[in-house]
Every structure is written in C-alpha cells, then in structure tokens.
Design a protein around this ligand. Structure first.
Ligand SMILES: C[S@@+](CC[C@H](N)C(=O)[O-])C[C@H]1O[C@@H](n2cnc3c(N)ncnc32)[C@H](O)[C@@H]1O
Ligand SMILES: Nc1nc2[nH]cc(C(=O)O)c2c(=O)[nH]1
Ligand code: SF4
Ligand SMILES: [Mg+2]
Length: 221
C-alpha cells in the first residue's frame, strides 16, 4: 500500500525535466526533518487523517490528509483524470520509504516514464529505467553509507543551498562516495536572494547547473 498525499498534473519546475508536463504523485511520510522543508504537511503517517483517494486529487491547498491505495488504484485514477502528461514524478514526503518497484513497473507497462525525487536517506527501490533525482540530506537520518550508494544510483543531484557550508558538504559526500555525477544542480533554498546569488556563483565556478523552482516564480503547483 502507498500513502498518497496528493495527485496533480503540472509542469516540472526543478532540475533536468524543468518544463516537462508531469503528473505528480506525492507520497505521505518523511522522518528526515529538514528545517526549511516546503512540504511539512507530508511528514506524519497518522491514520486518523485518512481520506478517499479521490479527495487527494488536485487539492486546493496543502493539507496533511492522505489515502491508502495500491499501484493499480493509482493507475486507474490517472487514467480516469485523462491527464495528457506521459511523465510521472513520484515525490513526497520521502518516496523511498516505499518499495517503488511495483508502482513504477506498472506505470512503465502503461507507457509512462517515471522520475523519483528522493533525499537519499533510504535505499532506492525502483527500476533501472526510473530517473532518480537525489537531493542528499547530509548529516540527517539514514547515515552516510545509504547516501553514498544513492550518489551512485542518481541520474542527477539537486542540492538545496543557502550557505557555502552546504556546497562543501556536497563535495565531501562526492569525495566519500568516490563519484561526482555528471549532472549537479544547486537549488536556492526558499527563493532567498542571498541563496540564489551563492548558487549562481558556485555554478559558474564549478560548471554545475542552477535549479530555481520555476513553479514558485510563476505561481503554479
Ligand atoms: C519536498 S522534497 C520531497 C522529496 C524528498 N524528500 C527530497 O527531499 O528530495 C522535493 C524537493 O524539494 C526540495 N526542497 C524542499 N524544500 C525546499 C525549499 N524550501 N527550497 C528549495 N528546495 C526545497 C528538496 O530538497 C527536494 O529536492
Ligand atoms: N511544479 C512542481 N515541480 C516540482 N518539482 C519537484 C517538486 C516536489 O515537490 O518534489 C515539485 C512541485 O511541487 N511542483
Ligand atoms: S527529506 Fe524532503 S520531504 Fe523530508 S523534510 Fe527534507 S525536504 Fe522535506
Ligand atoms: Mg514542491
């Protein structure tokens, strides 16, 4: 069973797939606790907040209600909504708290591509065709070993930054993992001007890329 916080169709606003029409599946539950997290409503998994799957579709505002369902029910919902997007982003919360193989395999069999957004603090259980965006949460839950293997699996890194220390921690992680992925994005935390300036300067210096959460600038989900 997957706990679904919300399902909606939008434009991917972050990293390599920016601009790609996408169906977002936001899973409930995250024990990592980033102070600046923009989806704190997904942290808990208290079943007193259970609703029907239909009530998680295109929520008008962030809420901590969620539905329990299986992969077939998610596919049926997406079919029913007649969404045009062929790319599905599974985010959270922390989606890798779940085994994502059954869900991604079913979506692939039905002609969708999949992407997951993960903190790298849990083992990544997803097919090799799934595009994995790792946003490593360093010195948080899970420990360095899990994070290091996530760096090797990642198709891209997307690292939230506000201070130079965040950049240094990322470089230390690449060093410890013995691997620097080809695609490294820096994402300013909460659109702060100082964080954005830092990200721009570091991207130029290291030939990394900038990810600015386009959806927040244009006011879409
Ligand atoms: C909400 S998280 C959910 C997926 C997963 N738990 C993770 O952290 O990757 C989705 C993405 O948003 C980023 N993010 C969360 N809050 C942010 C903020 N205030 N500013 C910039 N990026 C943020 C995360 O680092 C991650 O890349
Ligand atoms: N448009 C849009 N793009 C996104 N990319 C990653 C998101 C996330 O919350 O994981 C997100 C999101 O919430 N909305
Ligand atoms: S790991 Fe992701 S969902 Fe969890 S607190 Fe951090 S940013 Fe939020
Ligand atoms: Mg978001």
């Amino acid at each position: 069973m997957y706990k679904i916080n919300e399902v909606f169709e939008t434009i991917q606003g972050e990293a390599s797939f920016t601009g790609c029409p996408s169906i977002f599946i936001r899973l409930q539950g995250c024990p990592v606790g980033c102070a600046w997290c923009d989806t704190k409503q997904t942290w808990h998994t208290d079943d007193t907040y259970l609703v029907d799957l239909a009530d998680t579709v295109e929520k008008k505002a962030d809420s901590d209600y969620f539905a329990n369902c299986n992969a077939e029910q998610i596919l049926a919902l997406i079919r029913d909504k007649k969404y045009q997007a062929k790319h599905i982003v599974i985010t959270g919360g922390e989606p890798c708290m779940y085994d994502l193989n059954p869900l991604c395999e079913l979506l692939h069999e039905n002609g969708f591509t999949t992407q997951i957004e993960t903190s790298g603090t849990f083992e990544i259980l997803a097919p090799s065709e799934t595009w994995v965006t790792v946003s490593p949460k360093i010195n948080m839950r899970g420990g360095y070993e899990v994070l290091k293997s996530a760096i090797h699996r990642a198709n891209e890194i997307k690292h939230p930054v506000a201070m130079m220390r965040h950049v240094e921690e990322l470089e230390d992680l690449f060093e410890a993992a013995g691997h620097t992925p080809a695609l490294v994005y820096l994402q300013p935390i909460s659109q702060k001007a100082k964080a954005t300036r830092l990200a721009i300067e570091v991207c130029k210096a290291k030939n990394w890329r900038l990810s600015v959460q386009v959806h927040k600038y244009i006011g879409i989900a």
